[in-house]
Unconditional design. Structure first.
Length: 302
């Protein structure tokens, strides 16, 4: 076990900062202990590793295990948002001003691991969150590796390496409820793993462009990826079913706002548009629903 501490420069909210990395309740790679400590398992450039992160007396304390433990501790400040500057955000709407005031400890996490953020984002394409989360759990439990760590830690899994992703047979994707289009995209990305991971060294805009060069990856998936892998403060998720309507209702109390309308409303926050969306989602319940929820299309029974 190796350890490291980091002192945030101001108020810090560990749960809200790292919570976006969890893929639903029961994520085998992300668990929150009853005491609030975050357990995270990942496949680093040095191999699988597990890190436990907790806040004590205003300092963030981390313990790590496994071949990738040193890498997880080395990149800990970036993961916790040390490179993020929330003071660059200037709210111009009362809701955003109130959200910024209520959540001063929110930082944008940066994992530095592109494939780890890309694959779950592909699983979330055009399906309900519950379907995507279930697929992620099933695939990690069946094809991932046991997470290194001490006795008594939560039962966790490290996501498969690129070769394993590329070799998952079609019937295993089907059992996880993943259709052929999404599974083919993941396999393509896994076969281009070295190129995909090289995007971590690029700025978010160039990284997103590189990802979009892979067939099956569009602006929505690229934005969802670089928001986590790069901590991209300006990466707006366009093409989302709910976000434009939520932003439109929060900032203008207007129904049926599309991507163009959302981008227009977010224009005053250029450079910080993703942060604006995060704050809106923390404060707004979205516009009142008038249509039925998206139906679950479980392909496992086909």
């Amino acid at each position: 076990m190796a350890t490291r501490t980091w002192a945030p420069p101001g108020p810090y909210d560990l749960g809200r900062t790292l919570g976006v990395l969890a893929r639903g309740p029961g994520d085998p790679a992300y668990q929150v202990a009853p005491d609030g400590a975050v357990w995270r398992a990942g496949r680093t450039p040095q191999g699988p590793g597990t890190v436990r992160i907790a806040v004590r007396d205003g300092r963030v304390c981390a313990e790590a295990w496994g071949p990738g433990g040193d890498w997880l501790l080395e990149t800990l400040p970036a993961l916790l948002g040390a490179g993020d500057d929330p003071t660059a955000f200037a709210p111009r709407h009362r809701l955003l001003h109130e959200a910024h005031r209520r959540h001063p400890g929110l930082r944008l996490a940066r994992t530095g691991l592109v494939l780890e953020s890309l694959i779950p984002a592909v699983l979330e394409q055009k399906v309900t969150a519950d379907e995507a989360y279930r697929a992620w759990r099933l695939l990690l439990r069946r094809h991932g590796d046991p997470a290194p760590g001490p006795a008594g830690m939560p039962r966790m899994r490290v996501m498969p390496d690129a070769r394993t992703w590329a070799l998952i047979p079609s019937w295993e994707w089907h059992r996880a409820g993943v259709d052929g289009k999404r599974s083919a995209t993941i396999v393509r990305a896994a076969r281009l793993a070295a190129r995909v991971e090289s995007a971590s060294a690029l700025d978010p805009s160039r990284a997103a462009s590189l990802l979009c060069a892979v067939p099956g990856i569009g602006p929505w998936t690229a934005a969802e990826t670089v928001q986590r892998s790069h901590g991209a403060a300006d990466a707006v998720t366009v093409g989302d079913l709910h976000l434009p309507r939520t932003v439109g209702w929060a900032l203008a109390e207007t129904r049926g706002v599309d991507d163009a309308g959302m981008l227009s409303l977010l224009a005053p926050y250029e450079g910080q548009r993703h942060r604006a969306c995060r704050l809106i989602l923390l404060m707004s319940r979205g516009q009142p629903r008038r249509a039925p929820r998206l139906s679950v299309n479980d392909i496992r029974s086909w």
